[in-house]
Write a protein that binds this ligand. Structure first.
Ligand code: FVH
Length: 294
């Protein structure tokens, strides 16, 4: 801890798994920290390490200009801050929510005289305060607030500012996590396929992980296609070729006694894409992105 530089005092509301990890990171870096949690007992260990526990959320908000909130959901943020005087405060909301909730919360904060920054945490608690773990937080909303407090916000995890639209941090967060769930779905199906065979899952795992890493650059190709409004180079994996392969995947699932429920929705979209391309529209897997839009 560098004791020669004055560190920005922080108020933190919420000491769940993530809030407690954030608190520990700021304390370790020497930031004066005021904490509040609905269940006060969760603050005990932190006060022993130098945090000051406020009796109410309003008291915690009054203690410092910079207020960080990390609660269960957006409704709990409204409940916790009800009655707190936010005039002149900088409110940073790291609670996970939808983009619309973030924009509404920004409006709500502005009406109360506060600057607002929304955050989407791309990390789990053990990654907080551990720079080499690679965790970071998407931020959107007040550019001035972000510029003023970036150093303090960077203590628990890296910072990535994605614009003044307060909903963007939540949107980036949910977009990345949605892709993660797609990957989890594929991994679940893959392990189910080998589950009843004499195949060691631990030996299979590196093959699967390496394959996913090898396929990851497809993300960039999709992005280039989307920006260009169509394929920019010869497609090596056309939609027609992929649709022709669907019976192989469904047949293998059936032979292995595995439900196709995780793959079927994507196959249905691929088939719809091919049908539309035959009537003169979509032709590349990238075009499936637009098919998803209402
Ligand atoms: N933990 C994780 O892996 C993920 C990583 C990515 C980001 N998420 C989001 O972070 C928010 C907080 O998550 P958390 O892990 O700290 O969650 P919990 O351990 O369940 O703690 C919840 C805290 O919220 C308080 N709380 C709940 N309802 C209310 C309310 N109505 N009024 C005031 N506080 C409330 C709860 O208090 P208590 O139960 O201890 O009294 C905890 O402090 C979340 O948005 C994740 O999606 C974490």
């Amino acid at each position: 801890t560098d004791t020669t530089v004055e560190k920005t005092p922080v108020t933190l509301l919420g000491l769940g798994a993530m809030g407690a990890a954030l608190a520990r990171a700021w304390l370790a870096a020497g930031h004066p920290l005021t904490v509040w949690n609905r269940t006060p007992a969760r603050a005990t260990a932190l006060t022993a390490d130098g945090a000051r526990a406020a009796r109410t959320a309003a008291e915690a908000v009054a203690a410092n200009p910079l207020i960080v909130v990390c609660l269960l959901d957006d409704a709990s943020v409204g409940e916790a801050l009800d009655g707190a005087d936010l005039a002149g405060k900088d409110l940073v909301d790291l609670t996970t929510g939808t983009p619309a909730q973030a924009r509404a919360r920004a409006e709500w904060a502005h009406e109360r005289g506060a600057r607002y920054l929304d955050g989407g945490i791309m990390a789990i608690p053990p990654m907080i305060g551990v720079p080499e773990a690679g965790g970071y937080v998407f931020y959107s909303g007040s550019r001035d607030l972000f510029a003023q407090h970036q150093q303090t916000l960077a203590v628990p995890a890296g910072t990535t500012y994605v614009g003044e639209n307060a909903g963007f941090a939540a949107l980036y967060d949910v977009a990345l996590l949605s892709a993660m769930y797609g990957m989890f779905a594929g991994v679940t199906h893959a392990f189910a396929l080998i589950r009843e065979e004499d195949i060691d899952p631990v030996s299979f795992a590196p093959l699967l992980a390496d394959w996913l890493v090898a396929m990851a650059p497809a993300v960039h190709q999709t992005a280039e296609h989307l920006r260009a409004g169509g394929p920019t180079e010869e497609d090596v994996s056309s939609l027609a070729m992929q649709v022709a392969g669907i019976p192989t995947f469904l047949g293998t699932a059936e032979q292995q006694g595995v439900s196709p429920e995780l793959l079927s929705p994507y196959f249905a979209l691929m088939r719809r894409g091919l049908t539309e391309s035959e009537s003169g529209g979509k032709e590349s897997p990238t075009d499936l992105v637009d098919l998803l839009l209402h």
